[in-house]
Design a binder for this molecule. Sequence first.
Ligand SMILES: *Cc1c(COP(=O)(O)O)cnc(C)c1O
Length: 357
Amino acid sequence: MKKHNFYAGPSILSQYTIQNTADAVLNFADMGLSILEISHRSKQFQAVIDEADALVKELLEIPAGYSVLWLGGGASMQFAMVPMNLLAKKAGYLDTGVWASKAIKEAKLFGDVDVVASSKDRNYTYIPKDYTVPADCDYFHYTTNNTIYGTEIRKDPEVGNVRLVADMSSDIFSRPIDVAKYDLIYAGAQKNLAPAGVTIVIVRDEALGHVDRVLPTMLDYRTHVKKGSMFNTPPVLPIYSALQTLKFYKQMGGIRELEKRDLAKAAMLYEAIDSSKMFVATVPGHEDRSIMNVCFVMKPEYAELEKSFIDFAGERGIIGIKGHRDVGGFRASLYNAMPIESVKVLVDAMKDFEETH
Ligand SMILES: *Cc1c(COP(=O)(O)O)cnc(C)c1O
């Protein structure tokens, strides 16, 4: 039976990515060797990372003066690397969930942190809007898409002259970004790009070198800028997969086309939820709803049917819709690689379940 993969991360990848990665595991670039066993200094792998850099820049229309880095350690490592490299005195943070909170915790190790607003009071089911970022912050950090709660900030915050930093782990490549507004963007690969193991960092070169603290070599962005992400052995296989996904995105028509598809998928599912008597979305404000992670629960009078719906959906090949433990209910992740046909299968399952229960 065809599986419909709604996992939140690691998550669905295009068949193009998976097939090409499988081929390279057996025979990479006609070398007669697996990509698992070749030198990262080989000219064949250098070509991979060069092309991946170039495609990120092309797809996101990154202006001159920025570097694209491929680092280990996950997005969680960036929670610490960002303040180490950018926080001299004080930084502003927006608290929109668990990932934002973890970033705040790390930043506090390196300076003053002004949490300008938080939506914790209602379990992060909305995006705080009335806040100002103090002008004396070294940077302002926010999470564009809150993977666990299904909220998303699609409009760049107003920060005046303060440097802007964003964790875009779960919505990068799903919409155009005005990169020029940002000094640093990071994203763990395992939501919308590649298998786990590589984190993409887009950094304005000029933003680096303004803190006094001593930085360990590996945790200094300048090391990786200077060495083209090849200071040490980079995550070779995830970078190869990322390149395949980037090529796939280009073939699909680029970021604007992907956004159009993502918006259509999300609209289809939210419409089914909003018109249902059984299901209800956990994020009430339409403008705050994520197009990547759609969170919903059973209305209280049907709450005991939650487990049976997961089983019912499972019989139709629907995988990974159990909600995060902090939210409960269901979460359907609709990353770029998911076809709208799979969303239709889920919507039909919801309707059929409602009719039969
Ligand atoms: C998944 C996720 C993370 C954590 O990523 P790791 O690579 O596991 O460290 C951080 N931020 C957001 C928004 C995420 O979705």
